[in-house]
Design a protein around this ligand. Structure first.
Ligand SMILES: [Fe+2]
Length: 220
């Protein structure tokens, strides 16, 4: 089934209005489903990366950010459901989105970010989501382990160094990061640079501005 919003040239005025509302609607859904601030921040971060890559490639930034915001919406309620066939994350999210009128393009992207869903990543939005998911989490971990806790002090070299440190952030699969870049057709260093840029632009909401900045802002 062709995605409803796959071609900008085919969009009707109604669809364009609908798309413009996607980001705030996705944010509302995320907040309804996810109460954990850390998981919300992860979804914000992936959404930021998606928006960044969409703008860079002339795609619909609201649509792409919505996919990033929604991709783990069911993870808090259904964590670690990989062993439960199609009953957990992200199948619950995709089904709920489908039942509530979200497009097939969005539902398919959400499913495809999990390797065990057996939904192959075919489109740019699907490949970008997969590439941004693990890497944005890893970059965040690199920032938070530093004394400054500021993303302004983290660069490609620091991220690559931590990728070689097997004791660091063991839950993050390095091969997924490498595969994500390869499937997207972007050199790993370039992908890391873009993700850092995207996260820096939203550092305050992501809690990555550093202790000094947070202290001064909290005293206002
Ligand atoms: Fe995720």
């Amino acid at each position: 089934m062709p995605p409803i919003l796959a071609s900008k040239s085919r969009n009707t005025l109604f669809e364009l209005v609908f798309v413009a509302e996607l980001q705030p609607r996705a944010l509302k859904v995320l907040h309804e489903w996810v109460k954990s601030e850390s998981l919300r921040r992860h979804c914000y971060a992936v959404g930021d990366c998606m928006r960044h890559f969409a703008q860079k490639n002339g795609e619909n930034a609201d649509l792409w950010e919505a996919v990033g915001l929604l991709h783990d919406m069911d993870y808090e309620r259904y964590p670690g459901q990989e062993q439960n066939g199609q009953q957990g994350h992200p199948f619950v999210a995709a089904q709920w989105l489908r039942d509530n009128g979200w497009s097939d393009e969005i539902c398919r992207a959400v499913l495809s970010h999990a390797n065990y869903s057996n939904v192959p990543r075919q489109t740019s939005i699907e490949k970008t989501l997969y590439a941004a998911d693990e890497l944005s989490g890893f970059v965040t971990a690199v920032v938070l382990v530093r004394p400054s806790r500021s993303i302004s002090e983290v660069d490609v070299k620091a991220v690559k160094k931590k990728m070689k440190d097997k004791a660091f952030a063991r839950a993050v699969n390095r091969q997924d990061i490498i595969d994500g870049a390869a499937q997207l057709g972007v050199p790993l260093e370039e992908l890391i640079t873009e993700v850092i840029t995207a996260l820096r632009a939203d550092a305050e909401r992501l809690g990555l501005t550093g202790q000094l900045v947070n202290l001064s802002s909290s005293s206002q």
